[in-house]
Ligand binder design. Structure first.
Ligand code: EPZ
Length: 397
């Protein structure tokens, strides 16, 4: 298994360009199941989760042209003309929960689908009841057997659906199904994340623009190292709650359509943070914020309201000298810690990047293992950080 080694203490400066967003790209690629026409995608990040999605689509019989990727243009063409199989296996869904998103499009277009239930996940239980409730409201018959959901429908019809929680995945699954259902579907209490807006615009005319969480991680990288970094192609309007918190913490930001410049001159102050559905503070930036708060002046309370077990990075950060006390869904972070490098283990995608951020300011070297979590969602992160002056390397297994 690969490891990443970060030698801390370098100030980051320069420019970095963020890649296309994983969480926007996954549903948009899956949306190609809705049509027999070829769909051409640009700026598709070359990541493990995208490879899993292409494997899933390929297994269903979808044609995939990766020549653009081979030329380094991040372009992909996907055509779901002949779909020979209507099933997503447990192997794929357990590797990547977003595979469950094929349920809506396949049922809507072909009248049936068999998709493994995802099961639990390290960060929480993550049920799919809202996806199923919505499809049932649209006329699908749902059966659960042998760990699989089987959905059938002669033809889906539009419906008025109320989501008890604004679930990102359920909103995406139902939006895709609704495009081929007869009549109009209204999803009340739908998620409003930028990924949803992007899927909507892709469903209207395929195209992707969101670059949210990766940009947020670079914002912290610059702030934590006292650096001066221009994050090109980052869209400040997607990061409002996060950027406001950073400004409260004393980070200097200048935002324009070209990107976000992040500078830090003085000390970082502790601020309290509560994760919420968009436009609130994103749960996917909570681990990164916890690292910043570990070196900030004061005490910060971080409350996680989206996932019940998304604090696994706290114990690893404590091994590097952070002082974090967990009380249910709250983490009390005592700041002003001098972090020191240590061998640590990534437990999920955003936890893994938080350990790298901690490594950037820790004394000595930090060895992050289980980096396959990182590879699911960050494209060329070592190169991007090295170009900004970080001392970081990957050790191949
Ligand atoms: C998406 O997951 C993202 N994944 C996650 O990013 C992100 O953390 C999450 O949205 C919240 O922003 C992708 O886009 C691929 P939800 P999703 O359905 O769709 C409960 C990352 O690091 N719920 O909005 O699975 C659920 O248990 C990943 O990139 C139900 O109760 O999230 C959770 O508590 C991690 N029933 C809450 O809703 C349901 O049917 C929000 O989950 C569905 C969800």
């Amino acid at each position: 298994m690969d490891k990443i080694i970060v030698h801390g203490g370098k100030r980051l400066t320069g420019e970095v360009t963020v890649s296309g967003s994983k969480n926007a790209a996954l549903p948009i690629l899956i949306a190609s199941l809705l049509t027999a026409e070829p769909c051409r995608y640009q700026r598709v990040p070359n990541l493990a989760d995208i490879h899993t999605t292409l494997k899933l689509l390929g297994g269903l019989g979808v044609k995939i042209d990766k020549q653009g990727w081979a030329r380094g243009t991040s372009e992909l063409t996907v055509q779901a003309e002949m779909v020979g199989k209507l099933e997503a296996s447990y192997d794929l869904v357990k590797t990547m929960r977003a595979s469950f998103l094929v349920l809506g499009p396949l049922t809507a277009r072909f009248g049936q689908a068999r998709v493994s239930t995802p099961g639990g996940c390290a960060i929480g239980a993550r049920p799919v009841n809202l996806h199923l409730k919505g499809l049932e409201a649209m006329g699908a018959r749902i059966e659960h057997s042998h760990g699989y959901i089987e959905a059938t429908a002669v033809r889906l019809h539009g419906a008025k659906i109320y989501l008890d929680l604004p679930s990102v995945g359920a909103t995406e699954n139902l939006m895709m199904a609704a495009t081929l259902a007869d009549g109009t579907t209204v999803i009340e209490n739908a998620a409003k994340e930028p990924e949803i807006e992007d899927l909507a615009s892709a469903l209207n005319k395929m195209g992707g623009r969101v670059r949210r969480i990766e940009a947020g991680s670079f914002v912290i990288a610059s702030a934590i190292t006292g650096g001066d970094v221009l994050i090109k192609d980052a869209r400040a309007e997607h990061l409002d709650a996060f950027l406001i918190k950073l400004q409260e913490a004393g980070v200097v930001l200048s935002c324009d359509p070209g990107g976000i410049r992040v500078q830090r001159n003085g000390k970082i102050k502790s601020v309290d943070v509560t994760t919420l559905p968009y436009p609130g503070f994103a749960t996917d930036l909570q681990a990164q914020m916890m690292v910043l708060m570990s070196v900030a002046d004061g005490v910060s309370v971080i409350t996680e309201t989206i996932f019940e077990n998304r604090f696994m990075h706290a114990q690893e950060l404590d091994r590097m000298g952070a002082q974090i006390q967990l009380e249910g869904n709250r983490a009390v972070v005592r700041g002003a810690r001098e972090l020191s490098g240590a061998p640590v283990m990534a437990t999920d995608l955003r936890a893994s990047v938080s350990l790298i951020l901690a490594g950037l300011v820790a004394s000595g070297s930090t060895e992050v293992s289980r980096v396959y979590h990182l590879d699911r969602g960050y494209e060329h992160i070592e190169e991007k950080l090295s170009n900004l002056g970080a001392q970081i390397e990957r050790v191949k297994a």
